[in-house]
Design a binder for this molecule. Structure first.
Ligand code: ATP
Length: 137
């Protein structure tokens, strides 16, 4: 079994899509082991997106991710990282995400693409420690 860090970003909360996103996680058979509504601090946002700090969209991305409440979750199951990325769809909601995925069904813009998921076991460990420092192993 594997764990991944899931975010329903501020656009998902603002648009009332949290229930739909959680429903898809549960319907897939994944298990939610932590779940929290919070507004990300600048510090957590910068830690989360450290790999993008030289990109042209970085400033806008930090502003967006800290702009309001989001839902952070730890999701567990067999191949949870890939399974969640399948549910989310590709980063660009129009060019990459296909219908049937969360981004393909509900998003239009690359920045405001509703959800995040860890991209590797190493990222998952790092991101879970960042967002849920109290969570065991
Ligand atoms: P996430 O990390 O949110 O799951 P991802 O792994 O699909 O997304 P990354 O390339 O890691 O995509 O980009 C992280 C986030 O930065 C994207 O989800 C999106 O919100 C934003 N982003 C990525 N590329 C762009 C871009 N060209 N313009 C604006 N925002 C972008």
């Amino acid at each position: 079994t594997e764990r991944t860090l899931v975010l329903a970003k501020p656009d998902a909360v603002a648009r009332g899509l949290v229930g739909e996103i959680i429903r898809r996680i549960e319907a897939k058979g994944l298990t939610i082991v932590a779940l929290d509504l919070r507004t990300a601090t600048e510090e957590v946002a910068a830690g989360h997106y450290a790999e993008h700090d030289s990109k042209p969209f970085y400033g806008s991305l930090i502003e967006f991710i800290t702009s309001g409440p989001l839902v952070a979750a730890v999701v567990e199951g067999p191949r949870a990282i890939a399974a969640w990325r399948q549910l989310a769809g590709g980063t660009d909601p129009v060019d990459k995400a296909t219908p049937g995925t969360i981004r393909g069904d509900f998003a239009l813009e690359t920045q405001n693409n509703l959800v995040h998921g860890s991209d590797s076991p190493e990222s998952a460990a790092r991101e879970i420690a960042l967002w849920f420092p109290g969570l065991e192993g």
